[in-house]
Design a protein. Structure first.
Length: 68
């Protein structure tokens, strides 16, 4: 590997919005990094599904395809 071109890699504490905390390696500066979602609250890992309805799009879709 070439010298002096790679970012500094260090361990940092990640804090999720749900309150979960874990330590991982990163190149981002700082000792504490805040994240919005993690494996404890992500729907893929938990099996829970959240539908975010922006402007009634889900209702509009259901109404359009209800008769089929």
């Amino acid at each position: 590997m070439k010298e002096n071109i790679h970012p500094e890699y260090h361990e940092a504490k990640f804090v999720c919005a749900c309150g979960n905390e874990f330590v991982s390696g990163t190149t981002k500066k700082g000792d504490v990094i805040k994240v919005d979602i993690c494996s404890k609250c992500h729907p893929y890992f938990t099996g829970a599904q959240k539908i975010v309805d922006a402007g009634g799009r889900v209702d509009k879709f259901n109404k359009r395809y209800a008769n089929r």
